[in-house]
Design a protein around this ligand. Structure first.
Ligand SMILES: Nc1ncnc2c1ncn2[C@@H]1O[C@H](COP(=O)(O)OP(=O)(O)O)[C@@H](O)[C@H]1O
Ligand SMILES: [Mg+2]
Length: 364
């Protein structure tokens, strides 16, 4: 059993709160991605789990055992760093064996594990080479192989792909995902790359300013962000946000964008009633609007500013009031800049956000 439980963990540097009351449970053999912009506290939280920087407050347990104050070697974890921390003038085989030697593992066992880990990472032919003569991608494989050789129940990875170029990252992403599924370790994987998070994680924990904002499966984080930050951070393009004015007529709530009137889904009526006369933020993803070439009563007329043909879609930039909005259309949709299109907002695709708190409103 290697469930990781992070309870009320806070970590400060002087007066600065780097991790603020974090709560997160990673199930046995689960793969959780810790995602957030640079400086939000991901590494600090991971280091607290690893024992490399003790939490100031809270509790961390692994497999039911309280490890909050245990040194790293007593936690049965293995870690891959962003910088790889590979010794350039030590043979690949010695690099992979390093942690096992430190633990005084039996030499025969070390050799067996080094070979197995090297095979998993497809570097078994490079065991006698030196990392100083290897490419970034190969060095990265050595770092992962070293972590795998430890056979730890818990694997902690801190931006392991961030030093690779885009193409190699794409390749390694799929490879790592398959590998990690095969080895069944409980994994926390840190990244600032939302695509990496969406594509790899069983669940994603989104972090901002030391605070965990949402923990959910990728599809949920994408489709039902808990707040405007999460919607705006995840997805390419990020979720659009525009301003609407709530108006009640005959007991029903409508939301006005200029003169255009949106009808919220019936289940949102009770929530939005409370905003009568106020502004709300309308969140909608680029691919969730329907684009028409001609007028329709239930569609909003907008002027197209930019057209970007991206192969699988045409991405339009339009202005709605003060807000700039991205609209994804089918690649065959024909429109030129300075022409008008008409947008439909399907009620079930709209996310309503409280303007002051930034929190998404969901039916109660
Ligand atoms: N040893 C340290 N001393 C002081 N501040 C630190 C230290 N380590 C990290 N920080 C600060 O804590 C914040 C979170 O850092 P970090 O956890 O490395 O973020 P991330 O990994 O998400 O980029 C940053 O503002 C960083 O400057
Ligand atoms: Mg970091």
């Amino acid at each position: 059993m290697a469930e990781i439980k992070i309870e009320n963990v806070t970590k400060r540097f002087g007066d600065f709160v780097a991790v603020d009351n974090a709560n997160l449970t990673i199930g046995e053999q689960e793969f959780v991605v810790l995602l957030g912009p640079s400086g939000c506290g991901k590494t600090t939280l991971l280091r607290a789990v690893a024992g490399l920087g003790m939490a100031d407050e809270g509790r961390i347990s692994i497999g039911g055992r309280d490890v909050t104050y245990l040194p790293p070697r007593d936690r049965n974890i293995s870690m891959v760093f962003q910088s790889y921390a590979i010794f350039p003038h030590m043979k690949v085989s010695d690099n992979i064996a390093f942690g096992l030697k430190m633990r005084k593992t039996d030499p025969k066992e070390i050799e067996k594990r080094v070979h197995k880990a090297a095979e998993m990472m497809h570097i078994e032919k490079m065991l006698d080479r030196y990392p100083s003569k290897m490419s970034g991608g190969q060095r990265q494989r050595v770092a992962v192989a070293r972590a795998l050789a430890m056979d730890a129940q818990v694997l902690l990875m801190d931006e392991p792909l961030s030093n690779l170029d885009a193409l190699l990252r794409l390749e390694m992403r799929a490879e790592l995902k398959k590998l990690l599924a095969d080895i069944n370790a409980t994994t926390i994987y840190v990244t600032h790359d939302q695509i990496e998070a969406l594509s790899m994680g069983d669940r994603i924990a989104v972090m901002k300013d030391g605070i965990i904002q949402q923990v959910d499966a990728p599809g949920i984080v994408y489709d039902m962000p808990s707040n405007q930050f999460v919607g705006g951070f995840i997805g390419n393009p990020p979720m659009n946000f525009l301003t609407g004015q709530v108006q009640r007529e005959n007991g029903q709530v409508h939301v006005k964008i200029g003169d255009f009137s949106l009808d919220p889904a019936p289940m949102m009526q009770p929530v939005l009633q409370k905003y009568d006369g106020q502004q709300v933020v309308i969140g909608i993803r680029a691919e969730n609007m329907e684009t028409l070439n001609k007028h329709a009563d239930d569609a909003l007329q907008v002027r197209v500013l930019v057209v970007e043909p991206l192969g699988s879609q045409n991405l339009l930039t339009v202005n709605i009031g003060e807000d700039t909005v991205k609209v994804a259309t089918h690649p065959t949709f024909r429109v030129a800049p300075d022409e008008d299109v008409w947008l439909r907002f399907p009620a079930d695709k709209i996310r309503w956000v409280d303007r002051d708190s930034g929190m998404t409103l969901y039916p109660v």
